[in-house]
Design a protein around this ligand. Structure first.
Ligand code: ADP
Ligand code: MG
Length: 725
């Protein structure tokens, strides 16, 4: 791999640099705490951010170089591998989670532990030399890493799982419970190994996304020959060729050929899309049957897929609300239980004359129960699995927080043009009001709209091109003082005559309305069409009727949302009559027309009073409304520059049915998070009660801990299958 990491954070300010490290030993929040303890507040360190799923640590610091940081990390056995700008590292650690030799040692440890337990059980004696030997072998083969980490934790005064386990093992040996100590060591080591393996599954789900784009590209060189080179060294504007069956290596625009392309890696939709000249192609998608040549539009690091991956990795690094709660909880839980354990060990023997060995044993069991690993690991695994499943389905979720918030939505507001409809209106009616020809008014309108990018502007230009197929006659007037009037239309001067082109509101504002004009507008709008008026000075001279068609899946998406109990609202700057007509055909609950961009914002705020609200738009217009909503969804962002960055949740294609999919994923995620927390805490609670009553042995407590961790991890991983049949 030769992919360059993308910058995760803003560029350095006033001498603050960011050094990134991959720390292979860092996969549990335990290690994060240890590293924080060691680095936070040490001179020159400004901030730390962790991405446990990628085992990545970013340190913001003002040091000359990072050697000091490396030393500090080495001192706590967290030897880092530094990642500089050109290394291939992002999330691409290849080390297997559990090496062969680790498995071998585990096997020996297990055999010795079982033999020790069996011997003790059959002979009824727990302290023979033979048992001590077996237990010793088990602890040395299975427990050394734990004991060593426990020692480091002690030196750094952190209460972590390794420290607690070490105390439990040493304590058990001290009170003569050797087989018990061996069993604890072995079971704990197995639990750690399995946990590492399952976390790897969640990591792999995202890593597979990264290996999607090919490493090489066939480009045309200066001698007009095809040459295969590293995709990373291809520059924008170079021409790349893709054969049938090959993956497309970079983003670009087709310059020759015709083919169908499977865009599932980006959009999650495996129906092939037909591509010809001027169509956009994306890195990572698969060219199915034709030969395509395309002009590269962005370098390897800024392709759509690269941006998706960068965004997911940022999303992972942020803590979802549940995770914050859990971390907060764990901060008090562990010391509290350790405190109780201390009391249990000391008070009954000291003040009530009870047996020291019995109560110390109970205290050791409590120490094991004090480990919050299942609880702490349950949330990130679940959230990351949800984010990964979504990404493979063509939905980019910018943080666990949105995943958790989605199912709370009470209402969803939709932009009309381009979201519910295709956003490609066509001119269907041209009504001339004064003594002019259709060509003449269309030419004026097109001249004005040549300066705008609104879908209506494109439609009017298109109409002009269609009216005058003869190239030479297609010329447009020069426009002075052009202005776009958001939510209304455009204005400008042609040959010193002022013109306006826009909706009914604009006509009214200029006092150019009349009963006759209104009747004509109304008859167009009643057909669900958009009407715009061309005004010369103060006189309307033409009306254009434009029809846009609903996207085929809009109605289905709306009815799924209703089934999920969400209220739907359509917001548009188009006139109210058109809005109502389209809303009726799609069965949308409520439609508001004649809205200026700031009115859309007001409606969002008003809807917020009823509960969390989402806004769905194309991500470029309607930015204030998108930002004000609890979740801003952008549609069809593949290939757009800003939409991926600005939305909270971005759908790669225009398929609105992803919206109900997202809500269901959010619902599942929340359910699994709740289940996990309940399971992790419930198991602890039961064992805590049993331990106080003296019903639990040490190995049972470790076993329960392991069981709880595995249950929550596997439960979380279930989310990966959300969109697979
Ligand atoms: P929406 O995105 O909800 O369709 P906009 O606020 O973008 O609404 O636009 C509102 C209305 O303003 C359009 O329906 C149209 O009537 C008018 N309008 C906007 N831009 C133009 C333009 N360039 N040419 C003609 N009319 C326009
Ligand atoms: Mg719009």
């Amino acid at each position: 791999m030769n992919r360059t990491p993308l910058p995760l954070h803003k560029p350095a300010e006033n001498g603050v640099k960011t050094s990134r490290f991959i720390i292979e030993k860092m996969d549990c929040p335990v290690e994060e705490k240890l590293i924080r303890k060691r680095l936070e507040g040490s001179p020159g360190v400004v901030g730390l951010s962790f991405n446990l799923m990628n085992r990545e640590l970013a340190v913001q610091h003002t040091l000359v170089d990072s050697s000091q940081l490396v030393q500090a990390l080495e001192s706590i056995e967290m030897a880092p591998r530094s990642v500089d700008t050109d290394e291939s590292a992002r999330g691409a650690t290849t080390r297997p989670a559990v090496s062969k030799s680790m498995w071998l040692l585990l096997g020996i440890s297990g055999l010795a532990a079982v033999a020790a337990e069996l011997t003790a059980w059959t002979t009824g004696n727990e302290r023979s030399l033979y048992i001590a030997l077996l237990a010793g072998v088990s602890v040395l083969t299975g427990g050394l890493p734990t004991l060593r980490k426990g020692w480091i934790a002690l030196k750094n005064l952190t209460l972590n799982i390794n420290f607690l386990m070490s105390v439990a093992v040493i304590g058990a040996i001290a009170i003569g419970q050797w087989p018990e100590a061996a069993m604890v060591v072995f079971l704990f080591a197995v639990a750690e190994a399995i946990e590492a393996l399952s976390l790897d599954r969640a990591r792999n789900a995202i890593r597979t996304l990264m290996t999607i784009a090919p490493e090489t590209a066939t480009v045309r060189n200066s001698n007009n020959e095809w040459q295969s080179i590293a995709a990373a060294s291809v520059l924008p504007d170079q021409i790349v060729r893709v054969r049938p069956g090959e993956r497309i290596p970079l983003d670009g625009i087709v310059t020759a050929g015709q083919s169908s392309v499977n865009q599932a890696p980006i959009t999650g939709e495996s129906m092939p899309v037909s591509k010809g000249v001027a169509d956009t192609v994306f890195a990572g998608t698969i060219n199915e049957n034709g030969l395509l040549e395309f002009r590269v539009t962005s370098d390897y690091r800024h392709t759509t897929i690269a941006r998706i991956i960068a965004a997911i990795q940022d999303a992972q690094a942020q803590r979802a609300p549940t995770q914050r709660f859990v971390d907060q909880f764990a901060r008090y839980y562990t010391p509290a239980i350790v405190g109780i354990a201390l009391l249990v060990a000391i008070i009954p023997p000291l003040f009530m004359g009870l047996l020291w060995s019995v109560w110390i044993y109970k205290a050791l069991v409590l120490l094991v129960i004090a480990c919050p690993c299942a609880l702490v690991v349950s949330t990130p695994v679940t959230v990351v699995s949800g984010l990964a499943a979504a990404a493979r389905h063509g939905m980019l979720i910018k943080g666990g927080v949105y995943l958790e918030r989605g199912h709370l939505l009470k209402s969803i507001a939709f932009d009309k043009t381009g979201t519910l409809t295709h956003g490609k209106p066509v001119v269907t009616d041209t009504i001339v009001l004064q003594d002019r020809s259709i060509e003449a008014v269309t030419q004026i309108a097109a001249s004005l709209d040549a300066n705008d990018t609104h879908p209506i502007a494109k439609a009017i230009l298109h109409q002009w091109n269609a009216l005058s197929p003869d190239r030479d006659a297609r010329e447009l007037y020069a426009v002075d003082n052009f202005a776009a009037l958001p939510g209304k239309g455009v204005s400008g001067n042609i040959n010193n005559t002022p013109f306006l082109l826009g909706n009914h509101r604009l006509v009214e504002e200029h006092g150019a309305c009349s009963a006759g004009l209104e009747a004509q507008l109304q008859s167009i709008e009643d057909q669900g069409k958009t009407a715009v008026v061309l005004i010369e000075r103060d006189t309307p001279i033409a009306i254009f009727g434009l029809a846009d068609t609903s996207r085929p899946w809009s109605a289905e998406a709306i009815s799924s949302l209703h089934a999920l109990g969400v209220r739907t609202v359509m917001l548009t700057g188009d006139n109210d009559r058109t809005a109502q007509s389209i809303a009726r055909s799609l069965k949308i609950d409520d439609a508001r027309g004649n809205l200026l961009p700031e009115d859309k914002l007001t409606v969002i705020k008003e809807l917020k009073a009823l509960g969390p609200v989402a806004m769905v738009g194309d991500g470029i217009n309607d930015a204030p409304a998108l930002a004000a909503a609890d979740i801003g969804f952008a549609m069809g962002v593949a290939g757009t520059d800003t939409a991926i960055e600005t939305a909270d949740v971005a759908f790669m294609d225009d398929d609105l049915r992803k919206l109900p999919d997202f809500l269901r994923l959010s619902r599942n995620t929340t359910r699994i998070l709740t289940q996990n927390i309940a399971m992790a805490l419930g198991i602890k609670l039961v064992f805590f009660a049993l331990a106080v009553m003296g019903e639990v042995t040490l190995w049972m407590a470790v076993f329960a801990d392991m069981g709880a961790s595995l249950l929550v991890v596997f439960n979380g991983l279930r989310l990966l299958r959300t969109f697979k049949e």
